[in-house]
Design a protein around this ligand. Structure first.
Ligand code: ACM
Length: 637
């Protein structure tokens, strides 16, 4: 019986080989692996074919079980999981850290032959090997499932592959944080930077200072619309994570080999803490300043949690009270987060209140500090010393360069790449987050077609094109670029769905620039072959994402009378609809079938408009291409 099955699977394998399209050189994998060698043939998964999942030792068992559960959930295949396959087993899928001689703990090797799939890697490496293997499955067809034979050897380009989520400007539930962590793990991102304190809300329970969350965790309203706002919604808004929830999330992330780096902002962006404990301000008796342009809800007096966005004057006073407070807060934070790095913010700290404060001016004299930038540096160094004494290191935004870098600080370069270059030249490590390339709060398309946002323009291609290692650094200095992180500031993201929309598909590009070697970079392959496949999978879930515009045409002007277009839907399985009569395309207009041939009479113009509509009904933005047979390029139209 077993032999008969073998014969059948061999026959089927050959048949598929002939019938199937030549596979994409990257086999649809995101991020593209370091090396991939596609061979002939397939490993065929069919029910009752004597296929066994084998793990090497007890620590590999979890990964083997994850694969079992994946097959069961998506394909109703219930394969046995064992640590010793029987000789009579026809085919084996092995997960093992025993026989792995690779490099670091994130690397792996995946070998697929017609009779065996072997994933070798240690710790995160084994998980990443599994993630790659799962990406080789067509997400809705099968069984039978045919996995192309290949040898994949893979390791990350950078050790720090991060995503930052700000949960202060808007707040998200634990379940949503876990959803993001799942997506990150799927795409081999390993660092979640959790921005937990801000002017608009303090989001982590600190037992010694309960007012931080009961007062600082809530605001009396939020501006409506784009800054400075057309009104105030007057809704009591906020929330925070209990220490129990934080522990749960940290463990959830650890299970996925993701490190969570908490950010406790200082000395600026501290209005919420000051609203809870006014003594943290240099001017505890002065009310929070409210800008004349800010629509405000509730009491305008006393210290208030901010209801609008931006930078605010009232910051931590560099007093003994403040340093004791911060040490107490950080002591609780350290007990919750095992991460080597602790992010201390350091960005956008106005110096107005320090300039006005007799206490600060006296302190500067005593400490021989020439200006308020040096006072900020003094502030950061003092906190760094405390954290170093506990065996941790600080990361700060690039403003911490001003006034002198703290001795062991890592810098996150966000105002372009300048700060990162300067930091690496000073011999310190850098995380690259230039806003023009990896700020995911920036818009993904033309402002008029995008939902309300902060502005900017960081489409998928800009993220993909970004190379985090600046060419102007020497080889030695380049070693200080430890990685790249995308940032999601959430002023205009009041819902989970909006965060998802801003996150996907740009996170796919982030994953590739963070993981894949430069020689694997290929935007055409990425955007037209691989992203559509991954988005089709996402489309079958509840997760929202931005549907990219149709591939093969852009908003532009084309001259002439005869046009032939070959278009590709940005999501596999989606339809493309178009019009040339000025009507906005939708499911009632023409369905694109290749090739699309359009003839424009001499002296006339038409606008070709396209839209992608996915199987779940999501739509792309509309592209508009002017087909002009009335003018010539270069002449006035
Ligand atoms: C930042 O965007 N203020 C770091």
């Amino acid at each position: 019986m077993k032999n008969a099955l073998l014969l059948f699977s061999f026959f089927f394998c050959t048949f598929l080989n002939v019938g199937a399209q030549a596979p994409d050189a990257n086999l649809g994998i995101i991020p593209a692996p370091e090396s991939i060698n596609v061979k002939t043939g397939y490993f065929l998964l069919i029910p009752d074919a004597g296929i066994t999942i084998e793990y090497g030792n007890s620590s590999d068992r979890k990964i083997a079980q994850m694969f079992h559960d994946f097959l069961k959930q998506h394909y109703s295949l219930d394969l046995p999981v064992t640590n010793k396959a029987k000789k009579t087993d026809m085919k084996i899928i092995r997960f093992s850290s025993n026989n792995y001689n690779g490099g670091d703990k994130e690397s792996y090797k995946l070998t697929i032959t017609p009779s065996e799939i072997k994933v070798s890697g240690k710790d995160a490496g084994l998980l990443y090997g599994l993630q790659t293997l799962m990406q080789l499955f067509s997400f809705k067809e099968g069984p039978p499932i045919s996995i192309p034979c290949a040898e994949i050897i893979d390791a990350p380009r950078y050790k720090y592959r991060g995503m930052m989520l700000d949960v202060c400007l808007h707040f998200y539930p634990v379940s949503f944080i876990k959803e993001l962590l799942d997506l990150m793990a799927e795409y081999k991102l390993n660092t979640f930077h959790w921005h937990l304190t801000e002017d608009q809300g303090w989001r982590i329970e600190i037992k010694k200072y309960p007012l931080l969350t009961s007062v600082g965790g809530f605001r009396n309203g939020t501006i409506i619309g784009r800054y400075p706002g057309t009104g105030n919604d007057s809704l009591h808004y906020g929330g925070f994570y209990t220490q129990q929830q934080v522990k749960d999330i940290v463990k959830y992330a650890q299970d996925r080999y993701i490190t969570i780096i908490p950010e406790i902002e200082l000395p600026g962006h501290s209005s919420a803490a000051i609203a809870a404990y006014p003594q943290l301000s240099c001017f505890p008796d002065e009310s929070t300043k409210i800008r004349s342009t800010t629509p405000w809800a509730g009491s305008p007096t006393g210290k208030q949690v901010q209801q609008t966005w931006g930078v605010f004057e009232d910051v931590y006073c560099p007093s003994d009270y403040t340093f004791k407070f911060l040490e107490n807060v950080l002591t609780e934070v350290l007990a919750l987060f095992p991460s080597h790095y602790i992010h201390i913010g350091g960005d956008e700290c106005p110096k107005d209140s320090w300039k006005k404060s007799a206490f600060c001016q006296q302190l500067m004299k005593e400490k021989g500090l020439k200006n308020e930038d040096e006072l900020q540096s003094y502030f950061i160094r003092r906190v760094e010393k405390f954290l170093n004494s506990k065996g941790r290191e600080i990361i700060g935004w690039d403003e911490i360069l001003e006034g002198g870098l703290a001795p062991n600080a890592v810098v996150q370069s966000w105002r372009g790449i300048k700060g990162g270059i300067e930091t690496a030249r000073q011999g310190h490590d850098v995380v690259m987050s230039p806003r023009e390339s990896v700020y995911f709060d920036y818009l993904q398309g033309k402002e008029i077609q995008e939902p309300l946002g902060i502005g900017g323009f960081t489409p998928l291609k800009s993220v993909y094109d970004y190379n985090p290692t600046p060419a102007e650094l020497t080889t030695q200095q380049q070693k200080h670029i430890i990685g790249v992180e995308a940032c999601l500031w959430t002023e205009y993201m009041p819902t989970n769905a909006k965060v998802e929309y801003m996150f996907m598909p740009r996170m796919l590009a982030l994953s590739e620039i963070a993981w894949s070697p430069l020689n694997r970079k290929d935007y055409v392959n990425f955007s037209s072959k691989r992203v559509p496949k991954h988005l089709a999978k996402l489309d079958s879930t509840k997760i929202i994402y931005r549907v990219p515009e149709v591939i093969g045409i852009e908003d532009t002007v084309l001259y002439g009378g005869n046009f032939s277009f070959t278009l590709i839907p940005s999501v596999s399985g989606a339809n493309i609809f178009y019009t040339i009569d000025g009507y906005t395309p939708d499911a009632t207009t023409y369905l694109y079938k290749p090739p699309l041939v359009i003839v424009i009479p001499k002296g006339e113009k038409r606008i070709l408009q396209t839209v992608v509509i996915t199987p779940s009904g999501k739509r792309s933005r509309v592209t508009r291409t002017l087909l002009d047979n009335a003018s010539s390029p270069g002449l006035p139209r």
